[in-house]
Design a protein around this ligand. Structure first.
Ligand SMILES: Cc1ncc(COP(=O)(O)O)c(C=O)c1O
Length: 386
């Protein structure tokens, strides 16, 4: 069958790794999951109870496309509570995970051929979605010298060559876990504002920081697009629910797109998401667990020769330089899976240029799993030899 050229995008490699892990597990292998960026914990009990109650008494039909007003208001309140900023509920759009937030905001903002910048390494689906939609992706190389975040100088150079229409940044970032200091975020945002570049802030790892809180772009400008989700801090990946904060004039534009593309976000997930706001204590306990996992891994990686990694300020990832062990992170990750029973993601998912020398570990698992992963790596011959 003839398929469209635009559908010829690369796969999201971590999902391929997930499939291989599932195949091996079906054959009885015991594998520690450090590949996918998702909490080992379920949704908070308050979310699950709210969903269970709704199953009994609610018909769970469609909602309005922007999401239930009560949930939009609760998200707006969250900005006041956490960031001390007033965000009107009219600017909140509930989405089918942040993934749908990308599609909606890219469609609302960019035309075919528009140039959109993003950092490399970075979350692969940004570039895949953009290229499917016909935008031109401009990658800004980052590394240890700039704390794995784009600089204004690099942006300026790119913009001079040919004007940019947008910039997407995640802080804390995936795969590095690095957080952009508030001053650098402000500099980048004001460069964007001055040059008519739409700034899109992916704040999906907010709430998961270990060296001080991350700054929301919503506190700096009402023109920034903020993308967030219940997947990570709220521990609700499979519920597929997230949100956008958009300039008020954009709400009706997104609303029309959402009506046509998705009708409305999942109703049961909206109920659960509202309930999740009553479970913050449980979520903070999850965060404390990640913080402890992070400490244990920092220490273990040092002794395993894996100590050369990006500063893990937030999120739940280590992006580890393994160039002394391999020049093909895909093969190396496969060996780690097959021989040590620890699943990780090869850096090529996040960086086409240098990713062959990096692997990403996710540490959102239980303490027991992390300890077991460390034991397995300590007795893995390839690390002993390296
Ligand atoms: C940086 C980043 N943004 C967005 C997503 C997508 O999350 P979701 O669609 O579950 O909200 C992920 C998932 O790993 C991510 O790492």
């Amino acid at each position: 069958m003839k398929t469209s050229q635009r559908s010829a995008i690369q796969s999201f490699i971590v999902m391929d790794v997930m499939e291989e892990v599932a195949r091996q597990e079906a054959q009885g292998r015991d594998i520690i999951h450090m590949q996918v960026g998702q909490p080992g914990s379920p949704a908070p009990a308050t979310a699950r109870h709210a969903a269970a109650a709704a199953l009994e008494k609610d018909n769970l039909g469609y909602t309005v496309a922007l999401g239930r007003p009560q949930l939009r208001q609760r998200i707006a309140d969250y900005y006041r509570d956490v960031y001390n900023v007033d965000v009107s509920a009219d600017r909140i759009v509930v989405t089918t995970g942040s993934s749908a937030g990308f599609v909606l905001s890219f469609l609302a903002l960019f035309d075919v051929g528009d140039r959109v910048a993003l950092p490399a390494p970075g979350y692969p689906c940004y570039r895949h979605i953009l290229s499917t939609l016909g935008q031109k992706v401009e990658q800004i190389e980052t590394g240890p010298v700039n704390r794995w975040m784009p600089t204004v100088e690099a942006l300026e150079r790119l913009h001079k060559t040919s004007p940019l229409r947008g910039l997407i940044l995640a802080s804390p970032a995936n795969p590095t876990g690095t957080v952009l200091p508030p001053r650098r975020l402000a500099e980048i945002m004001s460069f964007c504002q001055a040059n008519d570049i739409q700034f899109i802030s992916d704040e999906i790892y907010h709430g998961l920081t270990y060296e001080g809180p991350a700054t929301s772009a919503a506190t700096m400008s009402e023109q920034a697009i903020v993308i967030n989700s219940f997947s990570k801090y709220f521990s609700m990946t499979g519920w597929r629910i997230g949100w956008l904060v958009v300039p008020e004039t954009m709400t009706p534009v997104i609303e029309r797109l959402a009506q046509n593309l998705y009708i409305s976000p999942s109703t049961i997930s909206q109920v659960a998401a509202l309930g999740a706001f009553d479970g913050l204590q449980e979520l903070e306990a999850n965060r404390d667990n990640y913080a402890q996992n992070r400490e244990r891994l920092i220490a273990a990686f040092k002794t395993l020769g894996l100590g050369n990694h990006a500063p893990p300020d937030g999120g739940f990832y280590f992006y580890v330089d393994v160039r002394h062990l391999t020049d093909d992170s895909r093969v190396f990750a496969r060996q780690m899976l097959d021989e040590a029973g620890v699943a990780v993601t090869p850096g090529v998912d996040f960086d086409e240029r240098d990713g062959a020398r990096f692997i990403r570990f996710c540490y959102a698992a239980t303490k027991q799993d992390i300890d077991e992963a460390i034991r397995r790596l300590q007795s893995w011959d390839r690390l002993k030899a390296g």
